[in-house]
Design a protein around this ligand. Sequence first.
Ligand SMILES: [Zn+2]
Length: 112
Amino acid sequence: MICRHCQREIADHSNFCYFCGARQHTAQTARSARRLMRSATDKKLAGICGGLGEYFEVDSTLVRLIWVLVVVFTGIFPGVIVYLIAWLVMPEAPQPLPQDVQASQPAPQSNP
Ligand SMILES: [Zn+2]
């Protein structure tokens, strides 16, 4: 493989370049670094759609929208079963630091 930084030949599957020390971002290392988990912060029900959004690096709102459309057009029941299975199978992501939780909570609003 070729280093992306200095364009010199290095051994296949190297994590770092021998010549310039640049980190080599291969598809394999990127995939093994992240896991499919339920989101601890971005959740409406169980965090399934938030976790999928984090995994595929897309907006979780888009994932929810697609999920709802799929559920509606498949007749509700299969989608709900798949959601419950995902809830059981997917581990929950670790809770973030307390200041992150406070920052993500919406400010209390006064409803006239
Ligand atoms: Zn290099």
